[in-house]
Structures are given as C-alpha cells and as structure tokens.
Design a protein around this ligand. Structure first.
Ligand code: FE
Ligand code: FE
Ligand code: ZN
Length: 276
C-alpha cells in the first residue's frame, strides 16, 4: 500500500484537511501544528478533531506526519529560544493527542557555534524533558541538509541524540530525500548502500516516515532547496525507486515540493502510477 500525501494547511481545521486529502487522493498528510514561523497555536475544537479521526479510519489512512515550527531550535545558544522550543514541543505533544497515534516531526536544530557535541546534548535534554510515557505520538528527528550549523546531517548525529534520550521508544526518524542528498548521501546511484548505512548506524526500525522531495542542488551541496518531483538533481527515476524500495514502501511519504494543491494532486497521481 502506498501512503502518499503532502503538506496541507491547518487554517480551516482538522476536518478540512481530511477532506482536502481525499480530494487529491492522498492517504496521509503533513500539517504544521502552529504557525511554522513560531507563535501560539489555535485552540483545538474536539468535534472537528473527531471528524478527522473518522475520515482517517474510514479511508484507511496511514499515519499523519505533523511538523513542528521551523523556528523551534532545541539547541540554540540563546536560552529564550531554547525555552520556546521546549514549551512549544510540550504543548504540541498535548495537542497531538486530539488525533492520537500519529507522528510529530521536528528539525533537530542549529548549534550556532556551540559545536555538535553541545548540540546533541541540548537536543536530548529537551527530549528528556518533554517526552512523556503516556503520549501516543512518536516524535521524529528529521535528517537535515547540513546548512550552516544544522544538526542531523549525519546518521551518526541522529543516533547520538537517540542514545541520550531516556524514552527512546517515543523516537523515530523522518528521512528527507532532498536533505540527505544535499547532506552527501547518494540515493541516486546507491540507495541500497545509503539504507544499509542507515540500518547499521540507526536501525531501519527507527525509520517511520519519508519527506519525498527532489533537490535543486547537486549531491553534498548542503543547501536545502526543494524541487518538484523530476525537476531536480535527484530525478523522478530515483524517487520512484525510493517509494518502491522494500525497506521503505509501507512508510508514509510526504511531498514538500514547491507546489499548489493541483501540483500536489498531479505528483500524487504520478507516484501512484509508478508504485508496485
Ligand atoms: Fe522539515
Ligand atoms: Fe522535510
Ligand atoms: Zn528542506
């Protein structure tokens, strides 16, 4: 079963996202839990959340992959930025229980001159503070392109954060194809080798979701500019191999390509036609 979807806007609420997903033949999707650039979150309408739960169950959706705000930086040098990161993530995890048993993805953060060791420590400290045994949400660390002092460019960094987190059963990884390509992992010529490396260092059982993006830049560019499927350096053939790979094919695939809703519908249709 191919679980494919894209980023949808939460501005009209939960049920609206479920209906929009059905309109474009998506059976998973991503959404920002609050304004991606930061700030406070809207109050949840329980009836609206219940309607989405019904749509998901009736239509056999895969797990959703909510996205934390971009401004969340768990390993910032500034204490106030770290405090926002902790409070926002703790609040988001409470909110996620309105639609339980899904994924919550976040960017590990940028260490801003403190070094990767400090970055790993601060990120795991945040996770140790906010993860709760009773939560049904799995928190996903996103693999990053390594722009500036961005953490999570290597599988080793991701694994080091997981190892220092006590409730590591609540943790998983979201693999972003644009980011790992920009980070130097050659998924075009050696997808098997990259996944073997992932398995050796982190373990494929941690891999819970894929952000399916093409890249505007060549391998190892550390840029993080997403392209439409087939319009970048990764290319459609390699991304079709990704969705069909035996280690990946049951995961939720989320498009974060530069598209409007019609563009997403076309990409979903294209990928469905090239699955299986
Ligand atoms: Fe992301
Ligand atoms: Fe991503
Ligand atoms: Zn990106």
């Amino acid at each position: 079963m191919l679980y494919i979807g894209c980023h949808l806007s939460y501005s009209k609420g939960y049920e609206a996202m479920g209906k929009q997903a059905l309109d474009i033949d998506a059976n998973t999707f991503a959404f920002f839990t609050r304004n991606p650039r930061g700030g406070s979150a809207k109050a949840i309408d329980p009836a609206d959340a219940a309607k989405l739960r019904e749509i998901l169950a009736d239509n056999n959706f895969g797990r959703l992959v909510a996205h934390a705000p971009y401004t969340m930086n768990a390993c910032a040098a500034d204490l106030n930025i770290r405090r926002f990161a902790r409070e926002a993530m703790a609040d988001d995890l409470v909110r996620m229980e309105a639609v339980p048993n899904n994924y919550y993805n976040f960017h590990p953060g940028s260490h801003v001159k403190q070094g990767t060791e400090a970055g790993i420590q601060l990120i795991s400290e945040q996770l140790n503070e906010v993860l709760k045994p009773e939560q049904t949400t799995t928190v996903l660390l996103e693999t990053m392109a390594g722009k500036g002092s961005e953490m999570g460019r290597t599988f080793e960094e991701i694994q080091a954060i997981i190892e220092r987190t006590e409730l590591d059963g609540k943790l998983g990884v979201c693999l972003d194809t644009c980011h790992i390509w920009d980070g130097g992992y050659d998924i075009v010529n050696d997808l098997d080798g990259v996944l073997e490396k992932f398995d050796r260092i982190i373990g494929l059982d941690r891999l819970k979701a894929v952000h399916l993006n093409d890249s505007m830049n060549p391998l190892g560019a550390h840029k993080d500019r997403h392209a439409k499927i087939g319009e970048g350096f990764i290319g459609a053939d390699a991304l079709i191999r990704v969705i069909n790979h035996p280690s990946l094919k049951n995961l939720p695939f989320i498009l974060e390509t530069p598209n409007d809703i019609d563009g997403y519908a076309k990409e979903i249709d294209f990928l469905r036609r090239n699955f299986g």
